[in-house]
Ligand binder design. Structure first.
Ligand code: ACM
Length: 266
């Protein structure tokens, strides 16, 4: 299975220009799975909910149409971030599409920093999509710091985790090695580059998009500050064997009766 990412540098609020740049990068690609960054068409650093709302869409919006067109060109399943609108609520979401249309969306459950001021936290369960026998889980950016997110997707059967990001902290790429190793899943972390200085915020995005293997190996690592595209072949069957060695199985060896499992920390 050929999987990869497009590391971009979105211009804040300029959806059409951002679409055009991706279209140029994508035209010669043939792949099975392409992951784009979080909020790849809108930019990230909003100053108010009022600013984000006009950029929000549903599954009939221009971002969905664009992604479906890209899926037709490449033959790939595409996952990319967008602002999802449902009635009065907006979500930091990622859409999964094929050449035939929108398959679904994931609404980010762990909001970072001021995202909490404009986005509603995800209100749908974590889900794994079975696409022609490949099990794809989705999480967005800051979800990485909660190991429960990856674990839940892995326990739901994910072979590969599509991980659109707009990373601003320097830890995620290293953490994904552990997230993948402890769950024996693949992950494609598609990050962005560039800076956004808006209101009182100044974000520098950390690039270094990454494809991480089920055994913790880094299969692809993008530069820190360049637009970059990379694709590799992976064998997803490797993610279905949870044996670490002849004595240890990462799922069967879990000792759930010893784990603290209530809603709030003591
Ligand atoms: C982030 O979750 N975009 C830092």
């Amino acid at each position: 299975m050929k999987v990869g990412y497009i590391q971009t540098s979105p211009i804040f609020g300029e959806k059409r220009q951002n679409f055009k740049k991706i279209e140029k990068l994508i035209t010669k690609l043939k792949a099975d799975l392409i992951v784009l960054p979080e909020l790849f068409a809108t930019g990230y650093a909003f100053v108010s909910k009022e600013e984000a709302v006009p950029l929000a869409e549903d599954f009939n919006g221009e971002t969905a149409q664009f992604l479906i067109k890209m899926a037709k060109i490449t033959g790939a399943i595409i996952i990319g971030g967008f602002i999802e609108k449902e009635e009065e609520k907006i979500y930091n979401s990622a859409m999964i599409v094929s050449s035939e249309g929108v398959i679904g969306s994931y609404r980010k459950i762990h909001l970072y920093f001021k995202e909490k001021l404009w986005f509603f936290p995800g209100d749908k369960p974590l889900k794994v999509y079975d696409i022609d026998g490949v099990k794809i889980g989705i999480m967005i950016c800051f979800d990485w710091i909660f190991p429960e997110t990856t674990r839940t997707l892995a326990l739901l059967g994910a072979d590969i985790i599509a991980h659109p990001t707009n990373l601003v902290l320097p830890y995620c790429q290293k953490a994904m090695v552990t997230r993948c190793l402890e769950n024996r899943v693949f992950a494609v972390t598609a990050n962005r580059i560039g800076e956004e200085k808006r209101g009182s915020d100044h974000f520098t995005f950390t690039g270094k998009s990454q494809i991480t293997s089920y055994n913790g190996e880094i299969l692809s690592s993008a530069p820190r500050d360049e637009i970059y595209v990379d694709f590799i072949d992976i064998d997803i069957q490797k993610a279905r064997d949870k044996n670490l060695n002849e004595y240890n199985n990462l799922f069967e060896d879990r000792q759930v009766e010893f784990y603290y499992n209530t809603d709030k920390p003591k």
